[in-house]
Ligand binder design. Structure first.
Ligand SMILES: [Zn+2]
Length: 160
């Protein structure tokens, strides 16, 4: 996960079954596919965030946004994934959930990419620094693609 040491921002649920992307009321077309939410969002900002993340990730070997089945923006900043607090999650290597502000989008794409590229999504962030995705375990989002995305992204929420 990102940033706060007290949170496990990463949540990975691997393997078959269990998770199905939730039905969503709002949908934005982006370079990463349709991104859904259940609160109203500015699709221009959602698309710009997705384009920023894509620009950071697509040069990497084996990065293929077409392999992503669903990206869902949660209503919350922090939510529970298998009982653990998280700001982002990757399920079944195909389904991404991000926090309300989309802060965690590039981080979760990093897990996707490492899975595609190496067969291991790196749930413990052992390759976060060496792969250029982020920083050291005490501050995963202090460097690399995570930080570049965080500095450039915006909160797309239209409702408080
Ligand atoms: Zn993570």
């Amino acid at each position: 996960m990102l940033a706060s040491a007290a949170l496990s921002i990463l949540a990975l649920t691997l393997g078959c079954g269990g998770y199905e992307p939730p039905a969503t009321r709002y949908h934005c077309e982006t370079v990463l596919g349709v991104i859904g939410s259940n609160h109203s969002v500015d699709c221009g900002i959602v698309s710009a965030n997705a384009a920023l993340a894509w620009s950071l990730m697509h040069p990497l070997p084996d990065f293929d946004a077409a392999r992503i089945r669903a990206i869902t923006i949660r209503d919350e900043m922090i939510f529970l994934v298998d009982g653990a607090r998280a700001m982002g999650a990757l399920h079944n290597e195909t389904d991404i959930e991000v926090d309300r502000t989309m802060f965690s989008l590039d981080h979760e794409l990093g897990h996707c990419w490492l899975y595609w590229h190496t067969g291991d999504a790196d749930s413990n962030h052992l390759r976060w620094q060496s792969s250029g995705q982020g920083g050291t375990p005490d501050c995963l989002d202090c460097a690399g693609r995570d930080l570049a995305y965080i500095l450039g992204h915006h909160d797309p929420s239209l409702t408080p």
